[in-house]
Design a protein around this ligand. Structure first.
Ligand SMILES: *Cc1c(COP(=O)(O)O)cnc(C)c1O
Length: 361
């Protein structure tokens, strides 16, 4: 049995060295006499594992003082609710940028708690572009501005951080966190489900500015209050211990690859290879996304003749390239090239794409 190249959007491929280290430590972690999965989350060993993971994330992202790192559950989808519940802080509404399906989900959920102003929407252009910032209708009295820096389904990625003139900026970074260096100080809150670029599903990472904590809507359940998690080092209740451990190993692996500057150079090369292959196909393949906002992480593309989709997927599978089927809502193909996808995997993909086009074009 050999490992294939997994282009799935999430849960996604993990770095092989991380899996091997986890395998070596599976039955017994160091000299603890037990697996990480069996440890008390309040014991010395696990506290060390959690502190190591947090330190790794802080170091990679250069998180400034005054920010809490929280290890939560419920996925990015629960953050769609936790953000308005905690950050409205007496204000009536929040601004949202609508750049695709994940933005829309966040907006739908926020509408249960507040008045949502959609400050800009890419809907008219079928979410293939980011609306020009000069056209955004941001409000000075918004509680926060929410956006999705990388739309995992549509493949639209911001190449810049929005300017909000002092209003806290909130970002759903599920599919782009740790793909390149980031100026965390520009944000009020960042959240990310782990299963794309951090580790296994079941863990959600939240990075939040401390001054935004502590005034949730009245009646907020204890577990939905960021301040409760912050004051208890994410151990108010049992945290997702094994995913936190794996995340720590992923952070170590990223450090060994030259940190975020190192991985960004690799990510840029990987994405450029696939976009160039699409461009050079003479129309056999096409990417609908505007050139200025093409994602490094998720590349949607279509075949000119959709009848070739099934043989493309079948032959890709035979070549060891899996999970290339596009999201059910858009069809076609999608190649997710998260940090853990090696350059050899991308090379195998472009060789296959060229060969397939030559044989079927
Ligand atoms: C995957 C994803 C989500 C959903 O994450 P869950 O952990 O399944 O709730 C939300 N936003 C973005 C940008 C995603 O990529």
């Amino acid at each position: 049995m050999t490992r294939i190249y997994n282009f799935g959007a999430g849960p996604a491929t993990l770095p092989r060295p991380v899996l091997e280290k986890a395998r070596d430590e599976l039955v017994e972690w160091r000299d603890s006499g037990m697996s990480v999965m069996e440890m008390s989350h309040r014991g010395r060993e696990f506290l060390e594992i959690a502190a190591h993971a947090e330190a790794g994330l802080r170091s990679l992202l250069g998180i400034p003082e005054g920010y809490k790192v929280l290890f939560l559950q419920g996925g990015a989808s629960l953050q769609f609710a936790m953000v308005p519940i905690n950050l409205l802080r007496g204000r009536a509404g929040a601004d949202y940028l609508d750049t695709g399906q994940w933005s829309r989900k966040a907006i739908q959920e926020a509408r249960k708690f507040c008045e949502v102003n959609v400050a800009a929407s890419g809907e008219a252009g079928r979410y293939t572009d980011i609306p020009d910032p000069r056209s955004w209708r941001l409000r000075r009295d918004a509680a926060y501005v929410h956006y999705t820096p990388n739309e995992t389904i549509g493949g639209v990625e911001f190449g810049f951080i929005p300017e909000t003139h002092g209003v806290p900026l909130v970002a759903d970074m599920s599919s782009t966190i740790l793909s390149r260096p980031l100026d965390v100080g520009r944000f009020g809150l960042i959240y990310a489900g782990a299963q794309k670029n951090i580790g296994p599903s079941g863990l959600t990472v939240v990075i939040v500015r401390e001054d935004l904590l502590g005034a949730p809507l009245s009646g907020t359940p204890t577990l939905l209050d960021y301040a409760v998690h912050a004051h208890n080092d994410s151990m108010y209740n049992t945290p997702p211990t094994y995913p936190i451990y794996i995340a720590g190993l992923v952070f170590d692996w990223l450090q060994s690859r030259g940190g975020l500057a190192g991985i960004a150079a690799v990510n840029e090369r990987k994405a450029a290879r696939v976009y160039a292959t699409i461009a050079e196909s003479g129309g056999f393949y096409a990417c609908p996304v505007a050139a200025s906002c093409r994602s490094w992480m998720n590349i949607p593309f279509t075949l000119q003749d959709a009848r070739l989709d099934p043989p493309f997927l079948q032959e890709a599978k035979e070549a060891g390239l899996l999970q290339l089927k596009g999201h059910r809502s858009v069809g076609g193909m999608r190649a997710s090239l998260y940090n853990a996808m090696p350059e050899e995997g991308v090379e195998a993909l472009v060789v296959f794409m060229r060969d397939f086009a030559r044989r079927h074009g």
